[in-house]
Design a protein around this ligand. Structure first.
Ligand SMILES: Cc1cc2nc3c(=O)[nH]c(=O)nc-3n(C[C@H](O)[C@H](O)[C@H](O)COP(=O)(O)OP(=O)(O)OC[C@H]3O[C@@H](n4cnc5c(N)ncnc54)[C@H](O)[C@@H]3O)c2cc1C
Length: 235
């Protein structure tokens, strides 16, 4: 980012994050590349130091600063040392904004503090073995049974897949409706039937856990629906 785009607050944040990267990430990254994943403890450490969920309001445990320049500084500093395996970007730039923009008050209270603290690592599970670009063809289903959704299906290439504690799963909640039958449903670590598959080998990003996820009769409360039902493709 061009220097004139930054204020003194941004520079202080960048300096603090640069020191964090030099101490907690750079010395270990080559080893993490061999292991195919980072040490999960760097998530908590990042949360403790204010490097997760910067735009999460303070009442939910964040810094309360809605300014994407902070997210960009994180990406730049990780890139500077080649730390391609650290999945803060997916967490900060993609998953948390879904909760901020579409979460109910109860969902924000329940989920955001854990995401901003690094207690929970997040992922978003769209892609399936036969469904990449044409996302409307996902086969993972969520069927309502009383006060629960029952989810069945499989996902692949999921960033933070091995470490994830909080996964936004793209599911079909209405059959034969194409893009108009798809919803977002959150599955948390520990739900029966939620399992990890392989941590996939890639030509790069060796320290990033990009994995398969399986959902076999996974039950979550209906309150785990994120945003409006069947409106995942529209606002
Ligand atoms: C490192 C990594 C991390 C990822 N992380 C995630 C994640 O966190 N969550 C997630 O859900 N997914 C993730 N993905 C998956 C990614 O979103 C998919 O790979 C992507 O959507 C493409 O799908 P596909 O691989 O099935 O390719 P395909 O859809 O099979 O496409 C193959 C090729 O065909 C082209 N193509 C497809 N359709 C058309 C068309 N109609 N006309 C012309 N060309 C076409 C595409 O541009 C591409 O070049 C990740 C992938 C990688 C490699």
């Amino acid at each position: 980012m061009q220097e004139q785009m930054l204020t003194d607050e941004h520079r202080m944040f960048r300096d603090a994050f640069r020191k964090f990267v030099e101490k907690e990430i750079a010395p270990y990254h080559a080893q993490w590349e061999k292991e195919g994943q980072v040490d999960k403890r760097i998530w908590r450490k990042a949360g403790e130091n204010g490097f997760l969920g910067m735009d999460v309001p303070e009442e939910y445990g964040g810094l309360g600063v809605k300014d994407f320049r902070y997210n960009t500084l994180i990406a730049e500093e990780l890139t500077r040392v080649g730390a391609s395996g650290v999945g803060y970007g997916l967490h900060n730039d993609i998953v948390i904004p879904y909760v901020l923009d579409y979460g109910t008050e109860a969902q924000k209270q329940a989920w955001l503090p854990k995401l901003a603290s690094g207690e929970w690592v997040s992922a978003i599970a769209m892609t399936e073995p036969n469904t990449g670009s044409d996302l409307a063809r996902v086969r993972t289903t969520a069927v309502r049974d009383g006060d629960e959704w029952v989810i069945n299906g499989q996902k692949t290439f999921i960033t933070n897949g091995i470490h994830s504690d909080f996964v936004i799963v793209v599911c079909k909640t209405k059959q034969d409706a194409g893009a108009h039958g798809i919803s977002l449903i959150v599955v948390e670590e520990g739900r029966a039937g939620f399992e990890r598959g392989r941590n996939l080998e890639k030509i790069g990003l060796h320290a990033q856990d990009t994995a398969e996820l399986f959902f076999r009769d996974v039950r979550v409360p209906v309150t785990n629906l994120l945003g409006a039902k069947t409106r995942a493709f529209t606002t």
